[in-house]
Design a protein around this ligand. Structure first.
Ligand code: TYM
Length: 327
């Protein structure tokens, strides 16, 4: 049985990128694997969220996990800050991470460019903390989107380096995972690349039908193909990529044929896409409302998950301390 682990930062509601990039794959895996899914609240501290927002955001993410189909009886669902061993492993692993490689991380460079006044040490060592989440539970597979691929490569590097420094075969190298092998990037509808919270281009699991329709109808397009079988420009490919996630293969084929024969009407494609997104998202949205209001249930899930996660974490940290030489 494989160990599977993944996490999401609690910085707002979950969008289709989080859902199709990570969560949905994880839900499919929880029956046959030893699964951990957590709320990465330490990771969200790099932007100094207001203390009162942290609890609300953690509660939001937990309820959205559960509404998406995560089952606390099958998977261990926990909040990162409930597992104090993470902080200790992070400190220990920081000794083996080099400034140069951390500075070269794409996400670090991007964030540093976007917020030049907040280039803190936590941001620099973000990949180390993420590696600790994964190595702590000895995960084999990590369902994530394309944007996390480099972090997974760094996790493997840190695992190898630890093993090499101490002459052990202790940490295993995890794989970034997606069904169908290729990691995916869910595009935004504004033609700017990936869907993301900070990009402001997201369709959220809690969006009402009318909001989804409005957002999809506003998606950027072009004036349409004039030459048969011409390649699709990025903004159009983005709509097809979304369609491949939510629509039936027949529907995708239908619009693809229309595109290739220059008969496509983007308004029709968008209408269909909006309805198919609604079909995928609406049942989740209805469950979110109920679960979010059931504080007692959420507390119970988090407490149960924390207990199980701490058990494994305590074991890992004790073994790491022993390997390092603290006897
Ligand atoms: P975060 O919170 O930015 O995103 C959570 C998950 O959603 C995926 N994702 C996407 N996938 C495809 N297309 C998109 N547009 C898109 N946007 C987001 C991300 O790939 C991710 O899987 N560092 C992580 C959280 C984390 C973590 C971990 C994940 C902390 N420790 C350990 C796995 C294992 C992050 O910031 O994800």
């Amino acid at each position: 049985m494989d160990t599977v682990l993944s996490g999401i930062r609690p910085t707002g509601d979950l969008h289709l990128g989080n859902y199709f990039g990570a969560l949905r794959n994880f839900v499919k895996m929880q029956n046959e694997n030893n699964c951990y899914f957590f709320v990465a609240d330490y990771h969200s501290l790099t932007t100094h969220p207001h203390p009162s927002d942290i609890q609300v955001n953690v509660k939001k993410i937990l309820s959205q996990y559960l509404a998406s189909g995560l089952d606390p009886e099958k998977a261990t669902i926990y909040v990162q800050s409930d597992v104090p061993q993470v902080a200790e492993l992070y400190m220990l692993m920081n000794m083996n991470a080099y400034i140069g490689e951390l500075e070269r991380t794409t996400t670090f460079k991007e964030k540093a460019r976007q917020n030049p006044d907040n280039v803190n040490a936590g941001l620099l060592t973000y990949a180390v903390l993420m590696a600790c989440d994964i190595l702590m539970m000895h995960a084999d597979k990590v369902p994530v989107g394309k944007d996390q691929e480099q972090h997974l490569e760094m996790t493997c590097k840190f695992a190898r380096r630890f093993n090499q420094i101490y002459g052990v075969e202790y940490f295993k190298e995890p794989k970034a995972f997606n069904f169908g092998n290729n990691l995916i990037k869910v595009p935004g509808l504004d033609g700017s690349g990936k869907m993301g919270k900070s990009q402001g281009n997201g369709i959220y699991l809690i969006d009402e039908d009318k909001d989804i329709r409005k957002k999809v109808m506003k998606a950027v397009t072009d004036s349409g193909p004039t030459v048969e079988n011409s390649p699709k420009p990025e903004v159009i490919q983005n709509l097809f990529t979304l369609m491949e996630l939510v629509s039936t293969p027949d529907t995708v084929q239908h619009f693809d044929n229309l595109y290739n024969t220059c008969q496509i009407r983007y308004g029709d494609l968008k209408k269909q896409l909006a309805e198919d997104i609604i079909k995928a998202v609406a049942p989740v949205r209805e469950r979110i409302k109920d679960i979010y209001n059931n504080e007692e249930y959420l507390n119970r899930v988090a407490a149960q998950g924390a207990e199980k996660a701490r058990e494994q974490a305590a074991k890992t940290v004790a073994e790491v301390r022993h390997i390092i030489g603290f006897k």
